[in-house]
Design a protein around this ligand. Structure first.
Ligand SMILES: *[C@@H]1O[C@H](CO)[C@@H](O)[C@H](O)[C@H]1NC(C)=O
Ligand SMILES: *[C@@H]1O[C@H](CO)[C@@H](O)[C@H](O)[C@H]1NC(C)=O
Ligand SMILES: *[C@@H]1O[C@H](CO)[C@@H](O)[C@H](O)[C@H]1NC(C)=O
Ligand SMILES: *[C@@H]1O[C@H](CO)[C@@H](O)[C@H](O)[C@H]1NC(C)=O
Ligand SMILES: *[C@@H]1O[C@H](CO)[C@@H](O)[C@H](O)[C@H]1NC(C)=O
Length: 574
């Protein structure tokens, strides 16, 4: 792990920061001590940090950077009155990062701080995910992670260890430290509670920060974390090699994914006890792929098949088995990364579909994997996935580019012993970051606590979300409840949304449940998730609600009530 002192510039900032919030505690009036203008913020900025912009946002107003923020062009609307600040921080002689800050008006601020995460390799301030913060009485921050790019772009990392370090952990940590100091200076009050919310790379960022700096947060919402960067990134290329090249007999075109998904649903949905299109327990489904095999059968078996009826050849069936299988090191037989779950098929095109790659001669697998190999590991932008070798995993572990892995399990004790709380959730139909990676994280945590499950459950709750894809969303054929206040979920519903539309309470919004846990010691065993008739349209009427049960609990139907009503379900087996 890179020591903080490795960055002289950042260490200087952190030192200077000690002064910013000092001597300002006590019974301060509920009035901002700093005016919402650039001069005021400049006057408290430590060396190496500079105010880029300060803007007053009126009650009900909008704020964002639009298209100059390529990764997060969405502009949240209907904001509470707030002060929006953008800061740039020098992180090394050759690198810098930016972060954005939403400071709700002093009468709306409840003493809370919120840091939100990013996604993929996105380099940009995530304004849309910051928006729920001020609605919850929180001052919120987001960093651009030290570069400017969309989620799939990695060329910024080529031969650039400082940029990798910013992305790996330094931009998030520096933004939290300076962000917190600015928040206390602005309100002239110390922060009472600090929170985190992020999914995917965002989940990794939160876990990485918590492992190295256990005092950063009191409560964390971590979704589908890409926590094991050195392994996950290589697994992404590996799973691509199973399905490429597209001209080979073993290739499964993504046009066949719905056909496979349908067969999985037919077999696994009834096995979970309720036939409702949702595969609720894919980890415990016995799936027989034989019905997929050619020759095809007509969907009505009494009729002869036609040439348009789909089927898989034996070679394609082998590919299918590989996709679900764990990736194990062939030499040491060690787990490198777990495979995808049954029911993830509708989202497979992200990793198994064709990507246009200007540096490859034919369609290629996901740039999430190839970009990592080219620009983080090998410094070779022309490297082609055909050169993938299992030894890249060993190389990645040796180089550990940017020290991005959140795999320091022994450090979780530090977070637990200071009272920190963690809610980790993962969609069971995630087609990008395998769900079982979160179970692995949970298992490794229990191992690090010497098998003391009680100590783990006292601070760490895991929720697996049936039918939810990566971070949010559900397949149209499944319509699983997927919105419970996780990162990116409000923004998916609309630019002016926050929390769960129609259900802004701790029963339905995991961040509110977390606040109750942290601030009032109120435990919870479930969070109720919601889906609407039209995927992202809260006015279209509610389709379903169902409890998500804290692992290893499972939602059990009462056998009588409406299966689409959360009241007909009970969490059992906790
Ligand atoms: C990010 O890059 C884009 C495209 O090159 C540019 O338009 C934009 O201004 C940049 N944004 C920032 C914040 O530098
Ligand atoms: C798996 O399913 C079987 C029967 O379908 C059931 O008896 C068993 O309890 C389930 N196991 C888990 C871990 O849910
Ligand atoms: C392709 O290679 C060139 C240099 O050869 C590099 O600048 C560029 O970023 C690469 N593109 C991708 C998508 O990796
Ligand atoms: C986690 O541990 C449980 C119980 O030992 C085991 O059944 C499961 O396979 C493990 N999962 C992963 C992904 O390691
Ligand atoms: C959302 O649903 C409402 C009610 O059905 C409908 O009137 C409206 O057009 C929908 N909005 C969109 C964007 O489809």
């Amino acid at each position: 792990m890179a020591p903080l002192a490795a960055s002289v510039a950042l260490a200087g900032i952190l030192f200077a920061l000690q002064a910013v919030g000092h001597g300002r505690n006590g019974n301060a009036p509920r009035q901002a001590t700093l005016a919402c203008d650039a001069g005021s913020f400049a006057s408290v900025m430590p060396p190496g940090a500079a105010v880029e912009k300060v803007a007053i946002v009126a009650e009900g107003g909008n704020y964002g950077e639009g298209m100059s923020d390529e990764a997060y062009p969405w502009i949240p609307t209907g904001l509470p009155g707030l002060c929006a600040v953008t800061v740039r921080v020098q992180s090394s002689p050759s690198s810098s990062f930016r972060f954005g800050l939403f400071l709700p008006s002093a009468d709306r601020w409840k003493g809370r701080f919120l840091a939100v995460g990013n996604g993929g390799f996105s380099g940009g301030i995530n304004w849309i995910d910051m928006a729920p913060g001020p609605h919850n009485g929180m001052a919120s921050i987001s960093t651009d992670t030290g570069h400017n790019s969309t989620a799939l772009e990695t060329s910024w990392a080529l031969r650039n260890p400082e940029a990798r370090t910013d992305w790996g952990w330094r931009a998030m940590h520096g933004s939290i430290v300076l962000g917190k100091a600015l928040v206390s200076a602005y309100y002239n009050r110390p922060i009472s509670y600090s929170y985190f919310s992020g999914c995917s790379t965002g989940g990794r960022q939160g876990l990485r920060e918590m492992q190295a700096f256990p005092d950063s947060f009191d409560g964390m919402l971590v979704g589908a974390p890409a926590w094991w960067t050195t392994h996950l990134s290589n697994w992404i290329t590996k799973v691509g090699t199973y399905n490429f090249p597209v001209t080979s007999p073993h290739h499964i075109p993504m046009a066949l994914a719905p056909f496979i998904a349908d067969q999985v649903r037919r077999q696994c949905d009834p096995q979970d006890g309720v036939t409702d299109d949702i595969v609720s327990d894919p980890l415990n489904c016995t799936f027989d792929p034989a019905p997929l095999l050619c020759p095809p059968v007509h969907s009505d078996p009494t009729l002869p098949a036609t040439t348009s009826d789909p089927c898989l050849t034996p070679a394609q069936l082998t590919t299918l088995r590989h996709i679900y299988a764990d990736y194990r090191s062939p030499t040491a037989d060690q787990l490198i990364y777990p495979g995808l779950t049954l029911s993830s098929e509708p989202q497979w095109s992200l990793l198994l579909g064709d990507h246009t790659d200007p540096n490859a001669t034919s369609p290629s697998p996901s740039p999430f994997g190839t970009g990592y190999a080219r620009n983080f590991l090998l410094d070779d932008p022309t490297w082609d996935w055909r050169r993938y070798d299992d030894a890249l995993v060993t190389l990645a572990d040796e180089l550990n580019p940017g020290h991005a892995n959140a795999d320091d399990f022994s450090s979780l004790r530090n977070y637990q012993s200071r009272g920190g709380k963690l809610l980790l959730y993962h969609g069971l139909a995630d087609g990008l970051v395998p769900t079982k990676g979160s179970l692995l994280f949970y298992n490794k945590t229990i191992d690090a606590f010497g098998g003391d499950i009680q100590a783990v459950t006292s601070f760490f709750k895991l929720l697996l979300v049936p039918g939810m894809q990566h971070c949010f969303n559900t397949d149209a054929h499944v319509q699983a409840p997927w919105n419970f206040g996780g990162a990116t979920q409000a923004g998916a519903m609309g630019m002016g949304e926050w929390s769960v539309p129609g259900h802004r309470d701790a029963k339905h919004d995991a961040m509110m449940a977390m606040m109750e846990w942290v601030e009032r010691g109120q435990e919870f065993k479930e969070v109720v998730a919601t889906a609407w008739n039209q995927l992202w349209n809260a006015s279209s009427g509610e389709r379903r609600q169902r409890p998500l049960c804290v692992w290893p609990g499972k939602a059990v139907w009462d056998g009588r009530g409406d299966v689409d009503d959360a009241g007909s379900w009970r969490c059992e087996g906790l």
